[in-house]
Design a binder for this molecule. Structure first.
Ligand code: CA
Length: 250
């Protein structure tokens, strides 16, 4: 049966206030290009031309009522004064959890890996297209939105209880073994009961934007989850197929 309930999220994007992005880049030409592209996408962009001014901007704000807290930081790694890796390391050390996308002219594996190791969330290697940059920004902002809402306490829905911190799931009084992906999928579903998810959205949330497989992966995992959660997997009561859209929970 086709449910025509409108998922909340469809109107959500338009209602959210502008995302604030901080761009730290010392090369004028690249900085200007990125600013134009991001502003065209509707983002509010602040810029810093070196590491020190970026840190000043982020740190002077601490505790102040007019604090500047970006939703995402785009950080060039090769910067005068303080380099991008050190900024990243310092922000994470200070407990700043703003998503960071690093950009770097260096194609070297080491830099990218180092960036991720010191707490960056994603990276792009120059030259990159503005479309690619925007896609990465969107993905990071979305990921953050959902993870900031994700629960740390037990979630219950009818006969299913999920314990996020223990990675345990109890169904009708019995513990079931889920793979990490199945667990993450169920956790996402339970965080948003009745919300309809497309396969692409589920891939992005559970497998990440870099996943290269196809969306059938989602169907396979849903089938496995149904076998573990549903009393009758052929008549699912929890993981419901919404024809033409994707899946919803409950
Ligand atoms: Ca640079």
């Amino acid at each position: 049966m086709l449910s025509l309930e409108i998922p909340q999220a469809s109107s959500e994007a338009k209602l959210t206030p502008k995302n604030r992005l901080l761009l730290v880049e010392d090369e004028d030409l690249i900085r200007d290009m990125i600013v134009v592209a991001l502003e065209e996408e509707g983002y509010e962009v602040h810029t810093a031309i070196d590491g020190r001014s970026a840190l000043n901007l982020l740190q002077s704000a601490e505790g102040a009522s007019s604090e500047y807290t970006p939703d995402l930081i785009i950080l060039d790694l090769m910067l005068p004064e303080i380099n991008g890796l050190d900024i990243c390391r310092l922000l994470r050390y200070q407990g700043n959890i703003t998503p960071i996308l690093t950009i770097s002219a260096k194609a070297s594996e080491t830099d990218r890996v180092l960036g991720l190791e010191v707490g960056a969330d994603d990276y792009l290697t120059k030259p990159f297209s503005m479309r690619e940059l925007i896609a990465r920004c969107r993905a990071l902002l979305r990921r953050q939105r959902y993870s900031s809402l994700s629960h740390t306490s037990v979630q219950k829905f009818r006969d299913i209880s999920l314990y996020p911190q223990e990675c345990r799931v109890i169904v009708r009084g019995e513990e079931v073994n889920l793979s990490p992906k199945e667990f993450r999928l169920l956790e996402l579903f339970m965080s948003y009961p009745r919300r309809v998810w497309s396969r692409e959205q589920l891939i992005e949330q559970v497998w990440g934007p870099d996943f290269l497989g196809d969306t059938k992966t989602v169907d396979v995992h849903i089938r496995w989850l149904r076998e573990k959660l549903e009393e009758d997997p052929s008549q699912p009561q929890y993981l419901i197929t919404v024809r033409g859209f994707g899946y919803r929970f409950g």
